[in-house]
Design a protein. Structure first.
Length: 239
């Protein structure tokens, strides 16, 4: 029994260390992808630890692995459509160039985006009809943003833990963006919007207006870099 408890304790410790290491390795990527990679590493370590703990108790781990496999297959088959739409929502947040309030055309449908939820994007057509477009379709099909000067706007989502002084972080992030303001439209200063906040996580959106469309990728990468640097600095100031 003691070895199993030791393995369980080591599993928790190693999972935490792996999550921290993966989080640091993914610092240059988008915050959402970093959090997803960190969560996946913790799950993998947890499964391996569970198998080793069962072996120390004299129980064959084959049963656990078989149950996990069967449950995983069943869940994927039953939730294929919802998971596809939910996953598409994740990637559309990162890569699809539209937001609530924009007018878009997709798969023969057109209208103004009035809601983006985990399953679908809701459009209001010119005939005042509500059109629910599955998020998976937004990844698979061509999406045309017909809003005036839509190319100028870049929306970058950020996420981090709840142990951050939010006002200080926002102030420092806006200051750090001063070096790229020559590449932004001076009429529209950067805007940070809080999308959601809980005791454990905070989701923000940084909105920038470009001067030239070819700067989109470079400015997005630079903003993500500034985000990581400012987050580390603000967290360090609280210690």
């Amino acid at each position: 029994m003691v070895p199993a408890l030791v393995i369980a304790g080591l599993t928790v410790l190693i999972a935490w260390l792996c999550g921290s290491i993966v989080g640091r390795l993914m610092r240059r990527s988008s915050p959402q992808m970093g959090m997803a990679a960190r969560g996946m590493s913790i799950v993998v370590v947890g499964i391996i630890g569970s198998v080793l703990a069962l072996q120390s108790l004299g129980v064959s781990p084959d049963v656990l692995l078989l149950v996990i496999f069967l449950l995983g297959i069943t869940a994927l088959v039953a939730l294929r459509e919802p998971l596809g739409n939910y996953g598409a929502k994740y990637f559309s947040d990162l890569y699809t160039p539209f937001k609530v309030g924009d007018s878009i055309e997709v798969h023969g449908y057109s209208g103004k985006v009035i809601e983006i939820n985990p399953m679908s994007t809701v459009l209001l057509s010119g005939k005042e009809q509500l059109i629910s477009v599955p998020n998976e379709m937004l990844i698979r099909d061509v999406v045309v943003n017909t809003s005036p000067q839509a190319w100028k706007e870049v929306t970058i989502p950020f996420s981090f833990g709840g142990n951050v002084d939010l006002p200080a972080f926002e102030s420092e992030l806006l200051k750090s963006l001063a070096k790229i303001r020559t590449r932004l439209d001076a009429r529209f200063p950067p805007v940070i919007t809080t999308r959601a906040r809980t005791p454990t996580t905070t989701d923000l959106t940084l909105t920038l207006m470009l001067r030239r469309p070819e700067d989109r990728d470079a400015i997005t990468a630079e903003a993500n870099k500034r985000f990581t640097e400012v987050l580390d600095r603000v967290r360090g100031a609280r210690r």
